[in-house]
Design a binder for this molecule. Structure first.
Ligand code: URA
Length: 199
C-alpha cells in the first residue's frame, strides 16, 4: 500500500472533531498523483464531495477541471485536497479548532508529495500559507520559499458567484506553467558550475 493510501486510512478513521465525525458521510482526504508537481488546496468538502469522498466534484470542481485543461493538465496530473477533510454541517465555515485538528493531515500529505508548487484556493489555505494577506492584493503573485512556489488563487467557486472574477482566475491559472518552467531552469543553472568543475 502506498504511503498516501495508508494515510487515507488514518484520515478516514479520524475522530478528532466530534461533530464532523458524527455528521460526515464520507471523509474527503484528497485525490491525485503521489508524485504531483502541483498541489491545489481548497477549503472543505461540500455536499457532493461528502457524498462521493473526492474533492471538488461539484460545480466549483467542474470549473477547476476547466482551469486545469486550459494548461493541458488533468486531475490525475496534479494533487487536489482541502484544509478540512470532513464536510462542516450545512457547509458552515470550519471552526479554528477543526482547522488545527486537521492540520496534521495536510502537513503529512504535503511532506509525502513534496510538490514544486502549492496553489491555495480560497481563504483557509490562503491563511495557512499567506497569513494576514488579502486575496485581492496577492492573487497570481508567487512566493518561493525553500524551492517551493506558493501561489495564491481565488477559489473557483468565487467565479460562480461573481462572474467578473472568472477572467482573473483564468489568467492566474495560465501563469502556472511558466512559473514551474522557471524553477526547472533555475535548477539547471544551479547544477551547471558543478558540471563544469569536473573538467
Ligand atoms: N470547495 C472546496 O473548497 N473544496 C471542495 O472539495 C469542494 C468545494
Amino acid at each position: 500500500m502506498s504511503a498516501l493510501a495508508e494515510l487515507y486510512e488514518k484520515i478516514a478513521a479520524c475522530q478528532d472533531c466530534e461533530e464532523l465525525a458524527r455528521t460526515r458521510n464520507k471523509v474527503v482526504p484528497g485525490e491525485g498523483a503521489e508524485n504531483a508537481q502541483i498541489v491545489f488546496i481548497g477549503e472543505a468538502p461540500g455536499f457532493h464531495e461528502d457524498q462521493q469522498g473526492f474533492p471538488f466534484v461539484g460545480q466549483a470542481g467542474q470549473f477547476l477541471d476547466h482551469l486545469l485543461s486550459s494548461i493541458d493538465l488533468k486531475r490525475s496530473d496534479v494533487y487536489i485536497c482541502n484544509v478540512i477533510k470532513c464536510r462542516p454541517p450545512e457547509n458552515r465555515d470550519p471552526l479554528p479548532t477543526e482547522i488545527s485538528n486537521c492540520q496534521k493531515w495536510l502537513d503529512q500529505q504535503i511532506e509525502m508529495i513534496s510538490p514544486k508548487m502549492i496553489v491555495t484556493l480560497g481563504r483557509y489555505s490562503l491563511a495557512k500559507y499567506f497569513p494576514g494577506e488579502t486575496i485581492s492584493k496577492i492573487h497570481g503573485k508567487e512566493r518561493k520559499i525553500d524551492n517551493v512556489i506558493y501561489y495564491p488563487m481565488y477559489h473557483p467557486a468565487a467565479a460562480l458567484h461573481q462572474q467578473s472574477l472568472r477572467q482573473t482566475i483564468e489568467a492566474d491559472m495560465l501563469k502556472i506553467p511558466s512559473l514551474l518552467a522557471r524553477t526547472e531552469e533555475a535548477k539547471e543553472e544551479e547544477s551547471k558550475p558543478q558540471q563544469l568543475s569536473m573538467f
